[in-house]
Design a protein around this ligand. Structure first.
Ligand code: ATP
Length: 744
């Protein structure tokens, strides 16, 4: 691997594209003060990713861009490209997996651009990359960011001025251990990421734990609920079957009872209706008949009384007549025919009268009879001579007729009386029958009442039954909510005999208790909870596995870091030993004797300082840590001075150069840039310096900025830098003679 060339464009005083070719191992850059030589050195720093603006003598990115002059306009951006021959494929880049991948280019071209706004771009073979990649890439060829191989003007004794830790860094850089440091850093980042991930996972698990626990408890509840559901289902089967059979039986019994009672009521209604039929009519008829007979009997009695009185009168008259006859002894007799006629007339009249019912009808008849009798009387007066005899006979005849009449009436009276008697008997009988019937009717009505009550009771029972049926149906509905369609399984359940109501009631209570418990544990969306639980569990298991994986990789990384640290430690110690051999040699060469050596020191540090992109110090943690550093021990020949700060400027330069060269000898860098490192050397030492340059140039490309003729004389190629009339640096290849002229 070799440095090929450097392209500077718009960087600092280099307004135009300027190319430095490194076809010779020692290239010297010469020129007057302020011509831009140091700008070339800074271009090296810049392109290699230098972040300290101070070490490039600027404050802002803008300071690195050509500012323009009277004749030239300012540059939009500064760019520097450095080219390496990579035919031996030594350049490596660490990929994301942490492995080093060889870059398959014959030429490696690293570029950096800076814009006015401070934006930086890093380019590797045409593609934009990160600064980190540049660092990584350079570390693989021992060009670390410590810049130990670029010695700026006035920095010849930089390594002496640096503190122990900085020195150690430079040496690590020089020994090519930086790559391991990067790896450690990478691993530590990974470690931190892993640790963070682990913390996150632990936190996640901790966060999830209460919910998972809750879900687990829910699940347990569900399991319990399931058991209860099974128990409930089995209880229900028996209970509902019993209940349904009982209700069916009850319904049938009531229906039967109802029909039978209704039938009875109907028959009783018929009985009652039949009892009421006809009885009163017959009674009324008989009573009417009785009244008529009684009336008739009264009439007869009246007639009989009248006739009786008539008889009395006739008998009185007969008595009178007989007495008169006796007294007068004169008998006026009427011819028998005449008497017969009179009697006949009276008979007719009497019969007529007898046939009349009321007195008004009888009255004219009686008047007629009186008329007949008057006529008879007149005649008798006229016919006194007919005598009393005729009169008496007539009277007797009339009396006989009346007697016959009376007999006839009496017969009639008897007949009527008999009839009345019989009617009264009949009515009595009817009343008796009526009374009997009434009694029957009453008992039927009582029975009817009883049956009606029974019917009411049945209706009541029906109501109760309906309520029970409703309860039964509600129970099924409620049960369905708790155990689903299985509630209907009772239909196919077989029972040997129906349980009594008490047993059923006990069963119902048992069911009720389970229902309450189940209701308590039942929460909506059981399946969702189950799903969520499964998901949460899976997630937790996943996290658990993740945690295990992370802790495994944590161990691997820790082991890797430990291994790397051990490797660095070993290689560093070995490197120091090797450097010390070289250092001693260069030192005694430079000083004509004496001793120079490095030693590893350890000191406790409270903080570690890191630089940010702008070169500002960053505090990284506060913890106390043991830091290794490097001490430089010198003992000059013939002098007792051992402290570095007691050395003269020249001695400091010589010591630094000896150390730098020793380091470069142990692990030669691809190039070394030395800006006036020889400034303080006297002629003799300049020669020694020149010798050393030649020795080093066998392994590394040397870019040397110098005003020193001796040094110039060792160069294969000389570049002269001048400030042109346009105010920009100009580069030209010069011969040794020209160079010595330009350098002045
Ligand atoms: P010496 O021999 O004295 O060390 P030198 O050759 O090393 O000098 P440099 O320090 O490299 O000189 O160059 C400094 C010059 O570069 C100054 O003249 C300065 O004005 C110029 N310069 C620095 N930055 C810019 C810039 N951004 N634009 C233009 N010119 C710049």
């Amino acid at each position: 691997m070799r440095l090929k060339n450097l392209e500077i464009n718009g960087f600092k005083s280099f307004s135009q594209k300027t190319n430095l070719d490194f076809s010779n191992p020692i290239v010297c850059i010469v020129g007057p003060n302020g011509s831009g030589k140091s700008n070339v050195v800074e271009a090296f720093r810049f392109v290699l990713g230098e972040q300290s603006m101070k070490s490039m003598r600027g404050k802002l990115g803008l300071d690195l861009i050509f500012k323009g002059s009277k004749h030239l306009s300012r540059s939009s951006h500064a760019s520097v490209f450095i080219y390496f021959n990579n035919s031996d494929k030594i350049f490596k880049l660490t990929n994301d997996g942490g492995e080093n991948v060889n870059l398959n280019y014959d030429t490696i071209n690293i570029g950096r651009e800076v814009y006015a706004d401070g934006l930086n771009k890093y380019i590797l073979n045409g593609g934009e990359v990160r600064l980190k990649d540049i660092h990584n890439l350079l570390a693989s060829v021992s060009i670390g960011s410590s810049g130990h191989h670029i010695i700026s003007q006035g920095e010849a004794d930089r390594i002496l001025n640096a503190n122990g830790r900085e020195r150690k860094e430079m040496i690590e850089d020089a020994l090519g251990l930086k790559i391991y440091q990067y790896k450690i850093k990478e691993a530590e980042r990974k470690l931190e990421r892993t640790d963070n991930n682990m913390k996150e996972v632990v936190l996640l698990r901790r966060e999830n734990a209460p919910h998972l626990n809750f879900l687990k408890k829910q699940m347990e509840k569900f399991e319990k609920a399931k058991e209860m559901q099974a128990e409930l289902a089995s209880l229900y089967k028996e209970y509902l079957k019993n209940e349904s059979v009982y209700l069916e039986l009850e319904r049938n019994n009531l229906a039967k009872e109802k029909t039978s009672v209704a039938k009875e009521i109907k028959s009783i209604d018929q009985h009652i209706a039949s009892i009421e039929d006809g009885t009163s009519q017959k009674e009324n008829e008989k009573i009417e008949e009785l009244r008529n007979s009684e009336r008739k009997s009264n009439e007869i009695r009246a007639t009989k009384g009248e006739i009786g009185r008539k008889l009395g009168r006739i008998e009185g008259m007969i008595e009178v007549e007989e007495r008169q006859a006796e007294e007068k002894a004169e008998v006026i007799a009427l011819s028998p025919e005449e008497v017969k006629t009179i009697i006949g007339d009276i008979n007719v009249a009497v019969d007529e009268a007898l046939n009349k019912n009321n007195t008004t009808d009888i009255k004219p008849i009686l008047l007629r009879i009186k008329d007949i009798l008057n006529k008879f009387h007149k005649r008798s007066e006229n016919q006194q001579k007919l005598g009393y005899e005729v009169e008496i006979n007539n009277l007797k005849n009339t009396r006989d007729t009346v007697l016959t009449e009376i007999k006839k009436i009496e017969a009639e009276e008897n007949k009527i009386a008999e009839k009345i008697e019989s009617l009264r008997k009949e009515i009595q009988e009817i009343i008796q029958t009526l009374r009997d019937k009434e009694k029957d009717k009453f008992s039927f009505k009582v029975k009817h009442q009883e049956l009606s009550s029974a019917l009411e009771l049945i209706a009541l029972k029906e109501n109760n039954l309906n309520r029970e049926i409703e309860t039964f149906e509600n129970e099924i509905k409620e049960g369905e909510v708790l155990i689903g369609a299985e509630i209907l399984a009772y239909k196919n359940f077989e029972i040997k005999e129906v349980s009594d109501r008490h047993t059923q009631e006990e069963q119902r209570k048992k069911i009720e208790r389970i229902k309450i418990k189940l209701e308590d544990t039942r929460t909506s969306g059981g399946t969702e909870v189950m799903k969520e639980f499964e998901e949460m569990k899976e997630r937790d298991q996943f996290l658990e596995k993740e945690l295990a994986d992370l802790s495994a990789s944590l161990k691997i990384i820790q082991k890797l870091i430990a291994d790397l640290k051990e490797k660095i430690d070993i290689e560093f110690k070995e490197g120091i030993k090797k450097i010390n051999v070289e250092f001693q040699e260069f030192f005694s060469l430079m000083f004509g004797g004496g001793h120079g050596s490095l030693s590893i020191i350890e000191e406790k540090k409270r903080r570690r300082v890191e630089l940010d992109e702008n070169g500002e110090e960053l505090f990284d943690g506060e913890e106390e840590e043991i830091e290794q550093g490097i001490d430089i021990n010198v003992s000059l020949p013939h002098k007792k001075v051992k402290e570095l700060h007691a050395l003269s400027g020249g001695e400091r330069s010589l010591t630094s150069i000896a150390l730098l060269f020793a380091m470069s000898q142990v692990n030669p860098p691809p190039f070394l840039v030395l800006d006036e490192t020889d400034a303080t050397l006297d002629e003799a030492n300049s020669r020694k310096y020149g010798d050393m340059l030649e020795k080093l140039s066998k392994q590394s490309q040397l870019v040397v900025v110098t005003h020193n003729r001796e040094t110039m004389s060792r160069a294969g190629v000389l570049y002269g830098v001048t400030i042109g009339s346009n105010g920009a640096s100009k580069l030209l290849s010069v011969k040794f003679d020209e160079a010595t002229a330009i350098a002045k």
